[in-house]
Design a protein around this ligand. Structure first.
Ligand SMILES: NC(=O)c1ccc[n+]([C@@H]2O[C@H](COP(=O)([O-])OP(=O)(O)OC[C@H]3O[C@@H](n4cnc5c(N)ncnc54)[C@H](OP(=O)(O)O)[C@@H]3O)[C@@H](O)[C@H]2O)c1
Length: 366
């Protein structure tokens, strides 16, 4: 098993789907481009000689069966996932093939665990939600940072984005999630999702140098609050976002991302700083790279490759950190991500990779 196999991509002509199709081809897979607009599928195929297109819509099970027929796996890039995840997972279960998606929606990801865990386990099926920048990468970093720890008191995932030009899909997903929350914001405390009406706070987070202290919006909650506690015993999982990016993504006039290099990436840079704390000891893992949408493609495609080559640790619905060897997975993406992980235990048991000022002792931003 390995490259040469066919992989259906639903949402193939979307912003993220296009990166996934290109990355599958680069890795030697044979993508099948699927989506509900045949004309846009054909336009995509024009720039990928030989690309097979199969029109399908998430609300049409027969079309999904046709799109998945004969494929070795499916990558769902069609959001909002509140609408698409369940029908595409059902189609993957019917086809008997693994399912990977890039969902950032917290509740949709929680639903995937809640609704499909038992059936997927019973069927021996593999379903990996949030195999993307938000959800997947933070989980891989947190898992790698944990090392030999089986539990921790808290995990923080701090995002420093140079800016955030959201795609239409990000805006739509955000609107769907906000509607589901009825005006509340969601946090992960005491081992569960909690809906609150108080305002989020800002504070200074000390990112690794050369970035240093930056203002972040605290508990700007992302999909890591579903993926990390799905397999790590950490009752407090908090994600924080650099203040400028948090403003960009909600501003109605922020443009969509523009390509600046031959890979189609935007100029956006990111740093993901993950800290896990147990008692008085902290461990840290950091990733740096360019373009949160573009990097989602190597994350998802590496996942597909590992699933199809049996480099997995479990079956059922599982997040990236649970099903893959997190450190090995991150190192495999060295052409897309630069990572700093703690040295393997026991030698680095209590040594963060860089000095850390935790949010608990950080000062509120002025
Ligand atoms: N977790 C992460 O870090 C991460 C990273 C990247 C993307 N994402 C998520 O991935 C999703 C897509 O993002 P994007 O940037 O690629 O957005 P996009 O450019 O707007 O693409 C969305 C795609 O989904 C398709 N789609 C929507 N509903 C569909 C349905 N019912 N059946 C078939 N296709 C359907 C759209 O087709 P039409 O144009 O025909 O509607 C389009 O091709 C968003 O939910 C986004 O939040 C998450």
């Amino acid at each position: 098993m390995g490259p040469g196999q066919t992989v259906t991509v639903l949402g193939a002509y979307g912003h993220t789907g296009r990166f996934v199709v290109a990355e599958l081809r680069r890795r030697g897979f044979v993508p099948i481009a699927s989506g509900r607009d045949e004309a846009r599928l054909k336009t995509l195929a024009a720039s990928h000689p030989g690309l097979e297109v199969r029109p399908a819509s998430a609300d049409d099970p027969d079309s999904l069966d046709r799109a998945l027929a004969g494929a070795a796996a499916v990558v769902n890039c069609a959001g909002p996932f509140a609408t698409t995840a369940a029908p595409v997972i059902e189609a993957a279960l019917r086809a008997g093939i693994p399912y990977v998606d890039v969902a950032a929606e917290i509740e949709a990801n929680a639903d995937t665990f809640a609704h499909f865990a038992d059936r997927a386990l019973a069927a021996g099926a593999v379903i990996v939600p949030a195999m993307a920048f938000f959800g997947g990468l933070g989980d891989l970093l947190a898992t790698a940072a944990m090392g030999d720890w089986t539990a921790a008191d808290e995990a923080h995932v701090a995002y420093a984005l140079s800016g955030w030009q959201p795609t239409n899909g990000t805006r739509t997903a955000g609107a769907v999630s906000r509607q589901r929350r009825g005006g509340a914001r969601v946090v992960y405390r005491n081992g569960r999702l909690d809906y609150r009406h108080d305002a989020a706070t800002t504070f200074q987070w000390s990112f690794p140098e050369p970035l240093g202290p930056r203002t972040v919006v605290g508990e700007f909650t992302m999909a890591d609050v579903v993926t990390i506690p799905s397999h790590l015993r950490i009752p407090e999982v908090r994600t924080h976002m650099s203040a400028e990016a948090a403003q960009d993504v909600v501003a109605p006039d922020t443009p969509t991302p523009a390509a600046v290099d031959e890979r189609g990436r935007s100029a956006q840079t990111f740093l993901v700083d993950v800290v896990v704390r147990s008692g008085g000891t902290e461990r840290r893992a950091v990733a740096r790279g360019q373009d949160i949408y573009a990097v989602t493609a190597p994350l998802a495609v590496e996942a597909v490759h590992r699933i199809l080559t049996g480099r997995t640790r479990t079956v059922g619905v599982a997040s990236a950190g649970e099903i893959f060897d997190a450190a090995d997975f991150l190192h495999a993406l060295s052409s897309h991500l630069s990572v700093e992980l703690p040295a393997p235990s026991p030698t680095a048991a209590a040594t963060p990779t860089t000095s850390l000022k935790t949010p608990s002792i950080a000062e509120p931003a002025s």
